[in-house]
Design a protein around this ligand. Structure first.
Ligand SMILES: Cc1cc2nc3c(=O)[nH]c(=O)nc-3n(C[C@H](O)[C@H](O)[C@H](O)COP(=O)(O)O)c2cc1C
Length: 203
């Protein structure tokens, strides 16, 4: 891990990972990403939401604290500090019900708060995370043709830009892996190689 004396420490990457099963293909994707970042000599941290048992519900009280009292819980401040320090956020998760697993959505609800991820200035929204980029790696059960036929693939890109772009992040790139439960072992190996290339070219 690199240390910068006298400057704020900046990590090359944060892996934000959401899959409950340690034998899943998503876990292999996470491990391939870790392996590639390590071989590139990058500094990084892994945030494993399920294994850390992240509590994902933004309660009424917390919402009131954020917007009315400008107060953020200590546990959330730690997450925000980790994001602040990271140049690239690599988000890895399966697609569930055409979205992200609830634990990850809850992480975004609770951590990407007003005053940290965005603010209002002269009646306009200003994103505060503009010094970062986001790479999203998703697995789907459906195949690419099926998703394209009703335009869902484009929707995903738009939704991701509407989340991370809202926070000022201009570079939001995604890598989608299709029909994951049905492809051969050889195809999965190729997918992992593809992920390593994606990481190498973008971190
Ligand atoms: C609760 C749940 C909801 C799912 N919803 C979708 C979906 O909306 N679209 C899709 O293509 N696949 C869907 N799937 C399939 C998963 O995306 C697929 O099994 C997973 O990405 C494969 O990766 P894994 O082996 O790491 O879990 C769903 C699976 C589960 C368990």
């Amino acid at each position: 891990m690199k240390v910068f004396i006298g400057k704020m420490f900046r990590m090359d990457a944060l892996i934000l990972y959401a899959h409950p099963n340690p034998t899943s293909f998503n876990n292999s994707i996470k491990e391939a990403t870790v392996e590639k970042l390590t071989s590139m000599g990058k500094s990084f941290q892994v945030k494993n939401l399920y294994s850390e048992n992240f509590y994902p519900v933004l309660t009424g009280e917390e919402l009131q604290d954020i917007f009315v009292n400008s107060k953020v819980k200590e546990e959330i401040k730690k997450e925000q500090e980790m994001i602040k320090q990271s140049k690239t956020i690599i988000v890895i998760h399966p697609v569930w019900w055409s979205g992200m697993p609830a634990i990850l959505k809850g992480y975004i609800d609770r951590v990407f708060t007003y005053g940290f991820a965005y603010k209002e200035q002269n009646g306009e929204i200003v994103g505060l995370l503009g010094d970062k980029k986001v790479l999203i790696i998703n697995t789907f059960g459906a195949d690419e043709g099926e998703l394209n036929s009703f335009g869902i693939k484009d929707c995903f890109e738009k939704i991701y830009y509407s989340i991370y772009g809202f926070c000022g992040i201009k570079e939001v790139k995604s890598k989608f892996l299709f029909a994951v439960p049905y492809v051969s072992r050889e195809d999965r190996i190729k997918m992992l190689e593809d992920i390593k290339r994606f990481v190498e070219e973008n971190v």
